[in-house]
Design a protein around this ligand. Structure first.
Ligand code: PLP
Length: 350
């Protein structure tokens, strides 16, 4: 029986490195909404601003697109274990796909470097979670050395099937708009996703004679190796998903920027959290901090009139807001309980 909503392998098999023998692994990833901006766009003179809301994937981030393909290929190759290092979302996604396929997930995360919701997800999905006293970059270096063991599939974005699956985000945007956008804004950590989107637009748009968007990547100021042109030893930012000092897909990210005539720039934590707040309060879109980085960069460029209303602009919102409760409640006052009387209720409402 066909699934109610086909996953990305089923929908895009012709564009993916799969054969009839590749299992159609899916948790219903992809088919995420492209939401037209109701207030942020108009406030900066952009009438055609859209948000690709990737937080609505099964484990709450875009990582599920790549993980579906990586898991299918791991199964096809006879693997029993999915292995990854992670700033959080890769571990949540790998754990979910391992669970649905009866595989073991082993995830290695930097101590104190993962948002609470993501760690809870990996544990709830039944993964073996190892917390190491190191950065993400050191954790990735370690797991890469474990990956040649029989039966083990490394599912970080150094796994080429991850990038292949993630390019389907670009396919969907082109389907949803009826054309490619003029500009795309996307947060950049390891650089896998910007590489994937650029490939996706390239395969779809350029072969059909259309034009591809300018790609704008946003890094956090304290974790901006691609902007500085060299690795960052101690990356720091509130946006834990992009707290990465030595991107695995460095060359792919730079190629996406240069070939598209785009930019990769750094935004401050204050700009990230301001964009995070505006997405929630002015659009009704709850994202995790990393996802707001692309919007922060867009807002800065729109203010400087570097982006004007000359074509469609899409921001990729990479992960769901509920994953990072600390970021959500920062600076908020949780209301104190009041007596259950009409008078106190009226006073509390103001
Ligand atoms: C992984 C991730 C990113 C960064 O993607 P890269 O492929 O590492 O550049 C951004 N936002 C969220 C929510 C992520 O999980």
């Amino acid at each position: 029986m066909a699934a109610m909503s086909a996953g990305i392998i089923e929908r895009y098999a012709a564009h993916l490195p799969v054969t009839a023998a590749t299992p159609r692994v899916t948790l219903g990833e992809g088919s995420t909404p492209l939401v037209r901006s109701s207030r942020i766009g108009p406030s900066v003179g952009l009438e055609q601003l859209y948000f690709k809301y990737e937080g609505l994937n099964p484990s709450g981030s875009f990582k599920d697109r790549g993980m579906a393909v990586a898991t299918a290929k791991a199964l096809e190759a006879g693997a029993q274990t999915l292995l990854c290092a992670s700033t959080g979302n890769t571990s949540a996604s790998a754990s979910a796909y391992a669970a649905c396929c009866g595989l073991r997930a082993v995830v290695v995360v930097p101590a104190g470097g993962v948002a609470t919701g993501k760690l809870a997800q990996a544990l709830a999905y039944g993964a073996t979670v190892v917390t190491v006293k190191s950065s993400f970059d050191a954790a990735l270096k370690l797991v890469r050395q474990l990956a040649d063991q029989p039966g083990v599939a490394l599912v970080n974005s150094v796994n080429p099937f991850r990038i292949e699956g993630q390019k389907t985000g670009a396919f969907e945007i082109v389907e949803q708009l009826g054309r490619a956008p003029a500009q795309l804004f996307i947060p950049v950590g390891n650089g896998g996703n910007i590489t994937a989107y650029w490939r996706g637009f390239g395969e779809l748009v350029m072969t059909a004679g259309g034009s591809a968007p300018r790609m704008h990547g946003a890094q956090a100021e304290g974790a901006a190796p691609l902007v500085r042109g060299r690795p960052v030893t101690r990356p720091r930012t509130v946006a834990s998903a992009i707290r990465i000092g030595n991107p695995a897909s460095w060359a792919g990210a730079v190629a996406a920027r240069d070939e598209s005539g785009g930019t990769i720039e750094a935004v401050s934590d204050a700009e990230i959290m301001a964009a995070h707040r505006r997405l929630a309060r002015e659009e009704g879109l709850l994202v995790e901090p990393a996802s707001a980085a692309g919007v922060a960069l867009l807002l800065r460029k729109a203010k400087a009139r570097q982006v004007t209303d000359e074509g469609t602009v899409v921001c990729v919102l990479t992960g769901h807001g509920l994953k990072d409760p600390q970021a959500l409640t920062r600076g908020l006052r949780i209301p104190r309980p009041v007596a259950p009387t009409l008078a106190t209720l009226r006073r509390a409402i103001g």
